[in-house]
Design a protein around this ligand. Structure first.
Ligand SMILES: [Zn+2]
Length: 559
């Protein structure tokens, strides 16, 4: 009996050891070559890059400053030292990013036959014009309420219904249409409680522009916006940067709720009942019995900065013309010279850390013995803090075709500086099958994958990968977990809260003496293996059905 049991145990051990050959993504995630190359990601390497980039010497890495230039040079030197090739096909390490800086001064009115309302800029309305002219005027243009301003074929939803809004100003509600069934979000519509891109103000302006509107004004409400109007008021009159487009709205702006209510009542409508109507798929845009005038005085200038790009060329003669991009923004907020003591926004976590992780991945790839089939691009982008502008510029002026770009892996402020975790967060989980690759790679480190806790805040739309997603390229954005090994979730959560409250976009986002690197190293390894697997596997990552980006990718690949 005893003997039999021992024999059985022996058989069981034998069975579990004789690992079956891996298949699918696992075949590459478990490749000996990438696993040995991963050893090059270590604390020394990461902390050297993070400490240097976030030192006062780099002045907070603001684009178009001395600190910005220093950063670009440091990145070029680092990629060169690793032994990569210049990533720009013209032989250089950089892509010039030309941004337009505009400061708009508005004088706006709503006018009916018997009333004229002169709006106080900053309180009653805020807005600007990205038209590169000193004077942009909208004179008594028509105003039309277009519900949520959404055209989403995958939800059979169209707020415009083919109504001509050319030359008019469209008034739009904030966020996704909140479709409810029995007081619960309908998960089949606009991803339920989570925000889709249709809910973002930038989408609403873009759709209005596509429709030929002269202007678009979003109605701010604190609940669905997720932040108070004061956030928009802060700095509304300072210069804002953009990537110059061939076409822009003459006016894009916001109305606080109080102004919206006044606007609707001046034009003989009730705001709350119109809002209710906008929840129906049968909603019809409503011409409002009112005109809008705004005289906008613009001052503008060009601001130049650079994306840094390095290339690790694939070895397969056909597949080397296909690409995987690792990206991280190198820029941060710069300095505030008015301050007395500490003047520098060091941006250690946001995003010296992510930049260091991309450099570490580059280093590891360079150590592969048999290379990768496809090519890997390492793209450190500028001006994320100004609205993803470096990434946006690249996506509008790609150095390699986007239809040959399989995936983008973005690293931004992962913040896992308090130890190894059992979990890893995928922001925008459910968007693409990149999730499955991450999940398998995480499993290798005995980690589980979770979605972000607040999908209604739309974090997926707030960092550089999104500039690529918006063009249709499957894009991944992960965040460090909080289920810290040996310390638990509460500890990790409190560490994250401390960062958000005390350090995020503050002078104190610095390398702290209590930082622990093994969590970053582990997560860096996961992202490394994910990129490697995509570079090797014959299957391309793809968007899931019902994501707002799938039709773009399908169209791109058809052509
Ligand atoms: Zn930031």
């Amino acid at each position: 009996m005893m003997y039999k049991i021992k024999y059985l145990i022996f058989l069981m051990i034998l069975f579990s050891c004789s690992s079956e050959p891996k298949s699918g993504w696992d075949k590459y995630l478990f490749s000996d070559d990438i696993i040995s190359a991963e050893e090059f990601i270590d604390q020394d390497l990461l902390s050297t890059h993070i400490t240097t980039l976030s030192s006062d010497d780099f002045q907070g890495r603001k684009p178009a400053t001395l600190g910005g230039k220093k950063t670009v040079k440091y990145l070029i030197d680092s990629f060169q030292e690793i032994g990569l090739e210049p990533g720009n096909p013209n032989g250089s390490w950089t892509q010039d990013v030309k941004m337009l800086g505009v400061k708009s001064n508005l004088r706006s009115q709503f006018i009916t036959d018997d009333e004229r309302w002169v709006l106080r800029t900053g309180d009653d309305i805020i807005g600007n014009s990205y038209i590169k002219k000193q004077n942009v005027n909208l004179e008594r243009v028509g105003v039309i309420f277009c519900g949520y301003g959404v055209t989403a074929p995958e939800y059979k939803w169209d707020d415009y219904k083919g109504v001509d809004v050319k030359g008019k100003v469209v008034i739009i509600l904030v966020n996704d249409p909140p479709i409810m069934i029995d007081d619960e979000y309908d998960n089949d519509m606009f991803k339920g409680k989570a925000m889709t891109y249709y809910g973002r103000w930038s989408y609403k302006y873009e759709e209005a522009l596509r429709r030929g509107a002269a202007g678009a004004i979003v109605i701010h409400e604190s609940g669905p916006a997720g932040y108070p109007f004061s956030v928009l008021q802060a700095g509304h009159d300072s210069e804002s940067l953009t990537i110059e487009a061939s076409k822009s709205l003459k006016f894009q702006g916001w109305l606080p709720l109080s102004s919206a209510q006044k606007l609707f009542s001046m034009s003989g409508l009730d705001f709350s009942s119109m809002k209710k109507e906008a929840l129906s798929p049968d909603f019809q845009p409503k011409n409002m019995d009112i005109k809008f005038t705004s005289r906008i005085a613009n001052t503008y200038r060009y601001v130049n900065s650079k994306n840094v790009i390095a290339k690790y060329e694939g070895v397969d003669s056909l597949l080397k013309d296909e690409y995987i991009i690792y990206t991280a923004h190198w820029d941060h907020l710069g300095m505030d010279k008015k301050l007395k003591d500490d003047k520098v926004y060091n941006g250690a976590n946001d995003n010296a850390l992510g930049t260091a992780m991309v450099l570490a991945a580059a280093k590891s790839f360079s150590q592969l013995k048999t290379g990768t089939k496809r090519s890997i691009l390492f793209l450190a982008v500028t001006a994320e803090e100004d609205g993803l502008l470096g990434a946006k510029y690249y996506s509008m002026n790609p150095l390699y075709p986007l239809e040959k770009t399989l995936a983008v892996i973005n690293i931004d402020a992962m913040g896992n500086t308090f130890g190894k975790t059992k979990d890893l967060i995928i922001i925008g989980k459910g968007n693409s099958n990149l999730d499955n690759i991450v999940e398998s790679a995480a499993k290798q480190d005995k980690k589980y994958v979770i979605p972000d806790a607040e999908p209604e805040k739309g974090f997926y739309y707030r960092s550089d990968h999104f500039a690529f997603a918006k063009m249709g390229v499957p894009s991944l954005y992960v965040d460090g977990g909080f289920d810290v090994r040996g310390k638990g979730k509460d500890f990790g959560r409190s560490m994250k809260d401390i960062y958000t409250k005390n350090h995020y976009h503050s002078l104190s986002d610095e390398v702290h003496s209590d930082w622990v690197y093994d969590g970053i190293i582990e997560d860096n390894g996961i992202l490394l293996r994910v990129g490697y697997a995509i570079a090797q596997h014959n299957e391309w990552p793809s968007w899931n059905e019902n994501t707002e980006f799938k039709s773009l990718r399908d169209a791109m690949l058809r052509n």
